[in-house]
Ligand binder design. Structure first.
Ligand code: ATP
Ligand code: MG
Ligand code: FE
Length: 332
């Protein structure tokens, strides 16, 4: 079974090949145009996908030494994501599947982030809980099988990745800010400043409060000392990051106890965060969990995870026809 997968939900154009459930490669073209704007500009993302998609797919095929005629099915990200960006991948996948006369497989991007755990060993066993933390989502998912997943908690406003990016922007760190906050935090004192953790009912999250708290905190401090951010960069990053991680993991622990699950996974772009990885590993010892942390390459957007999801759908014979279109708000 040879699955060609395409990912184009946001600002990464990616293609990958999976042969019998083994991901052979993962070609990712990251769009740098957005750096000048401090965020992803949808219109520019679509245009860049349009330019990147042919070379990226071509490279994935060449790299795997597989000719288009050998492909069993084409999998693509149907959603969630940016409409114009998704359309490029969806249209390309549909055209290719039609030309090659092979089945077409739609993939939910958030489920694929979770299935990234099945690319390499060790692999979690069902049921497990996955904390999916990315630029657009923050969810606790009860994963019952490759295709049966239930969101048991999620953010009611901003995603945690968005909180990282916005805080980074306030500190003048550029885009995307998450990795820069992470890097600075490694040299800072996480107890230097304290920020309020918002309390949400059940297993839900809210990250808009901390963003506002940081905004006002910085505004007041800058009035006293205009170099405040510059002089306290690392401590600020460490303190804010610690607050965000605490919020994430408290609910995850609550979910693990509620569902009596001891296999815990993290997925999505923010799962690349070293502070989150470290704290989760510590908590695993305290709680007796087995934790699964994806390789960096498979944390942020990539087609490897789409190929993995496509493989399982192929095994189940779950295909879509040519009338399929992108779904920016696709649910599970
Ligand atoms: P979604 O998957 O919800 O559609 P997305 O595709 O934009 O959103 P990803 O590419 O999975 O999200 O993740 C991008 C996010 O991950 C950004 O917000 C980025 O700042 C954040 N991120 C990446 N690396 C780190 C890190 N080391 N620490 C914190 N955040 C990080
Ligand atoms: Mg991205
Ligand atoms: Fe993503």
């Amino acid at each position: 079974i040879k699955i060609l997968a395409i990912e184009s939900s946001c600002d990464e154009t990616s293609a990958a090949l999976a042969v019998n459930g083994k991901v052979l490669n993962n070609i990712v073209a990251t769009q740098s145009v957005h750096e000048n704007y401090g965020g992803v500009v949808p219109e520019l993302a679509s245009r860049a996908h349009q330019q990147n998609i042919v070379p990226v797919v071509d490279q994935a095929l060449k790299n795997a030494a597989i000719s288009p005629e050998e492909i069993s099915a084409v999998a693509f990200t149907r959603g969630p994501g940016l409409m114009g960006a998704l359309l490029v991948g969806a249209s390309f996948a549909k055209g290719l599947a039609l030309a090659l006369d092979v089945p077409l497989i739609e993939v939910n991007h958030m489920q694929a982030h979770i299935l990234a755990h099945f690319i390499d060993d060790p692999k979690p066993k069902f049921p497990f809980l996955c904390l999916t933390v990315s630029g657009g989502h923050t969810q606790i998912v009860l994963v019952k099988s490759f295709m049966d997943m239930e969101v048991v908690g999620e953010t009611q406003d901003d995603a945690v990745g968005e909180a990282f990016d916005k805080v980074a922007k306030m500190m003048g760190l550029g885009y995307p800010g998450g990795p820069m906050v992470d890097k600075l935090a490694q040299q800072g004192n996480a107890d230097a400043f304290s920020f309020p953790e918002s309390e949400m009912a059940g297993l839900n999250y809210s990250f808009s409060g901390i963003k506002t708290a940081v905004l006002y905190f910085l505004r007041d401090k800058l009035k006293e000392n205009e170099n405040f951010i510059e002089e306290n960069k690392a401590d600020l990053a460490a303190s804010i990051q610690k607050t965000l991680i605490n919020m994430l993991l408290q609910k995850l622990r609550k979910a693990a106890r509620k569902y009596r699950v001891n296999q815990l996974a993290i997925a999505g772009g923010v799962s690349a965060n070293s502070g989150l990885r470290n704290r989760l590993t510590e908590m695993a010892v305290e709680e007796g969990w087995k934790v699964f942390i994806p390789a960096f390459e498979y944390c942020t957007d990539n087609a490897g995870m789409i190929a993995m999801a496509g493989h399982y759908k192929f095994l189940e014979g779950v295909f879509v026809d040519q009338s399929v279109s992108a779904l920016p708000r696709m649910k599970f």
